[in-house]
Design a protein around this ligand. Sequence first.
Ligand SMILES: C[S@@+](CC[C@H](N)C(=O)[O-])C[C@H]1O[C@@H](n2cnc3c(N)ncnc32)[C@H](O)[C@@H]1O
Ligand SMILES: [Zn+2]
Length: 322
Amino acid sequence: MKTTVPASLFYCPYCQSDLIIQDKTWRCDGRLHQKHICHPFDVARQGYVNLLPVQHKKSKEPGDSAESIMARQRFLEQGFYQPLRTTLIGMIEQYLPKVCDDKKGLWLDVGCGDGYYTDAIAHIQEIPRLIAIDISKPAVSATAKRFKKQSKLWWQAKSNQTINNQKHAIEAEAPLPTGIYPIVSSAAQLPISDGSIHGVSSIFSPILPDEFARVLQAGGLLIIAKPDINHLASMRQELFEQVRSHDSDKFLEHLSTDFELLATEQVSSQLALSASQLQDLLTMTPYSYRAKVQRRQALLAKAQISPFITEAKFIIYVLQHH
Ligand SMILES: C[S@@+](CC[C@H](N)C(=O)[O-])C[C@H]1O[C@@H](n2cnc3c(N)ncnc32)[C@H](O)[C@@H]1O
Ligand SMILES: [Zn+2]
């Protein structure tokens, strides 16, 4: 498997010409545009780049709302889903060295949300470059802020690399700066060149088999995390008259043309939640708007009296692109 990163990793979502990465504004080279117009994409103050063209937006503010992202961040930072994060990282660390050379992995986290899992993936030694994509601007903004604080964004890492480059001359081998690239984009139309990525993760996020197969190198990894059967069962019993069981592996059929399933792992965590923690959990999941208001209020009232007990159950899939 080739492990160098193509010079033109990103392309313009309007004219598909190569995108030139610069500190303040990314610009396409306009080569494929009829009038050779170079489209500009400003780097936001928080450090992300918006590559979602207006025509790909199905609503004014697509994806998770700022409120939902903030609730997710508060909830996750309390460590409730830490066992899932630890297992996920263990699985990437186990399988990635089999598909790419020493410490040169280029990873794509699709539907990154507030960046809780992305952050842990970015700590994996084999992954010096990571693209974090979400269709929600508040999500990508939160992810960018998280990495900016750690000085890990591509343009922050770049200034360190200029010094390193002189010492180790790594530039010729890998022209793309190392670091994190937070990008607003739809997973359905990734502005990323064919066969360039070593691994994709989709953690409770959309799964687009054709698009993932297109951007992955042959042999590349796809890691998917989903709620397992009986995920938050006691909470859903309180909210709904009829509880639908999660159909965990139907999507595997759609992936079978391009991917082979290598492994699965189940993870669970016992949760004892205060009313405010439960409120955040409801806000970050689809349950909050699907459930009747009275039922939701009754559930929160219970948690005011004593912690609400429920069990989070997840399943992780490791797949390999043929
Ligand atoms: C359930 S959240 C998961 C977030 C994060 N991976 C986590 O587990 O904390 C799903 C995320 O997918 C994003 N999303 C939904 N549709 C998308 C699309 N078509 N392309 C990219 N992201 C999308 C949402 O904005 C949201 O942030
Ligand atoms: Zn363009």
